[in-house]
Design a protein around this ligand. Structure first.
Ligand code: HEM
Length: 489
């Protein structure tokens, strides 16, 4: 009896999929053919999605479509990224992540996963103005950041030139910097640091590009022991326990008129803006925590790998730092304007390695991209990886060249001359942590290169920094490597 009921249910479901497939408005963009119902699911190279997408761009051009279980996904590259994100930003301001995104954000109560809406925009605005005041703009934070970075340099010095994998130490330092931003003091409890790392790892497995798609299309699979859903459940339990404890602690110790960091800022904003619920506050903290840590850590890790591969560039950066700061004075953000080569190196690292290879958007109305029709509510993957390696905008794109971002006087070219560089996305949903992240990256790289030269772990055998060989998840990150840090002074 049960088998008959199940068979009936499955048949009706597939009938529904077929009817939906036939009746739904569809894009006329070209793309790989795929299988009935499954679409291109079997052709997806999850391990190396950016490279596979690049092959499809070569074959079909700047707009093509793939299909997953009956749903079209339009992938855009080249100048169309700018058109969709900036010129027609409102038309593509949506976020497409469905069930999995909803389940990890208490049904879209956050900033990053939530679809565009007046509420999402309100949350974004609050976070943005808080980050401006308590992130980039606070001298006190800069001082304490300096302490965390100095601690990191000490850890590296203690390796005494022996080879080490820098990931865990950079990661810990970035956690401290982000928790400092949240609470006004860095998280030092090992248990909490471990929990944050666990959250990072599980969210990557739960919603990473190319994984768990089946749940977005067949949510009922969660009742049948779907492994991605089990990861999501675990993530939610660990996350709620941690954030509830943090929030309670902050509420208990908060003093009127004194804002220690972003958490206090969100709690105060909640008083002025009653539609911001406790759930919103928790989800905004989750966004800052999880969007801020691994992205920054991966960029630093990729940057060190690049420096090992390009010793001349490393030398040139060091010479500019020596000339500006000498060997002892710790860098501040005011030094940035006098160290354009460091800034150009960071921009080039972000272009070349493209740690966020795609940003996922959704069309908010019937629209067109290139010559192709894009119906409302279509998933649009903005292919930042291909954009950043497109020789129409970046000559010789697989060569690492910070000079491409400098003018004849050696100054960083203005933003409007580098608008095809979008490591933080662009437009309505551009990264809210961009200024903060860029400032921290500057301090990190300048402080590191003032003190150390990074060399391959043995002889001249250097692991490649070519991002086509990186591992794809939610982010594109280098495979683990070892480095030697030689003290310069
Ligand atoms: C190197 C570091 C970082 C990189 C490469 C990065 C990159 C990105 C990208 C590509 C997006 C999607 C933008 C779009 O769709 O146009 C994004 C969104 C976001 N990022 Fe970052 N990010 C970084 C650091 C941070 C930090 C430090 C924070 C917080 C303190 C942060 C918070 C966010 C949030 C909240 C969003 C969602 C914005 C929205 O959907 O409206 N990010 N980031």
């Amino acid at each position: 009896m049960f088998q008959f009921v199940l068979l009936g249910f499955v048949s009706i479901y597939f009938l529904y999929l077929i009817i939906r497939y036939i009746t739904k408005p569809r894009t006329n963009a070209p793309g790989p053919k795929g299988w009935p119902l499954l679409g291109n699911a079997l052709e997806f190279d999850i391990e190396n999605l950016p490279v596979q997408m690049a092959k499809w761009v070569n074959r079909y051009g700047d707009v093509f479509k793939i299909n997953l279980f009956g749903d079209d996904i339009v992938v855009i590259s080249g100048e169309l990224c700018y058109e969709a994100l900036v010129k027609r930003g409102d038309d593509f301001a949506g976020r497409p992540i469905r069930n999995r995104g909803d389940w990890v954000t208490e049904m879209g109560e956050d900033i990053a996963f939530a679809d565009t809406s007046p509420e999402q925009q309100k949350r974004r605005k609050i976070a943005h103005s808080g980050l401006k005041q308590y992130g980039t703009g606070m001298a006190h934070l800069e001082e304490v950041n300096a302490k965390e970075i100095k601690d990191f340099l000490k850890i590296v010095a203690d390796k005494k030139c022996s080879p080490f994998d820098p990931r865990a130490d950079i990661y810990k330092c970035v956690i401290k910097i982000i928790t400092l931003l949240l609470f006004g003091e860095a998280m030092t409890k090992e248990d909490d640091i471990k929990t944050i790392a666990e959250l990072d790892e599980t969210i990557e497995r739960a919603v990473g590009t190319g994984q768990g798609f089946e749940l977005d299309h067949f949510p009922w699979l969660r009742f049948f022991g779907n492994s991605t859903y089990e990861i999501i459940k675990h993530f939610n339990t660990v996350r709620t326990r941690l954030l509830d404890r943090w929030l309670l602690g902050s509420k208990d110790t908060m003093e009127k008129g004194k804002i220690r960091g972003m958490v206090d800022w969100l709690l105060v904003s909640q008083e002025n803006e009653p539609t911001i619920s406790d759930t919103n506050v928790r989800m905004m903290i989750q966004n800052i925590l999880l969007a801020g840590i691994t992205t920054t850590e991966s960029t630093i890790e990729s940057g060190i790998l690049v420096l090992m591969n390009y010793p001349d560039i490393q030398k040139k950066i060091q010479m500019s730092i020596d000339a500006e700061l000498g060997t002892e004075r710790f860098p501040t953000l005011d030094d940035r304007s006098n160290l354009p080569y460091v800034d150009a190196f960071i921009l080039e690292t972000m272009r070349y390695t493209s740690v966020v290879p795609f940003t996922l958007r959704k069309s908010t109305k019937d629209s067109k991209l290139g010559n192709y029709f894009i119906p409302k509510d279509t998933q649009v993957w903005v292919n930042l990886f291909c954009l950043h390696h497109d020789e129409r905008y970046f000559a010789d794109p697989w060569t690492f060249k910070p000079e491409r971002f400098l003018d004849q006087n050696g100054d960083v070219i203005p933003v409007d001359q580098r608008k095809m560089l979008m490591p933080f996305g662009a437009g309505r949903r551009v990264c809210v942590g961009e200024q903060l992240a860029r400032a921290r990256l500057f301090l990190f790289f300048t402080a590191m290169l003032q003190k150390f030269t990074f060399l391959p772990h043995e002889g001249d055998k250097c692991p490649s920094c070519d991002p086509r060989g990186y591992t794809t998840g939610l982010l594109l990150r280098p495979n683990n490597y070892r480095v030697r840090a030689i003290l310069r002074i």
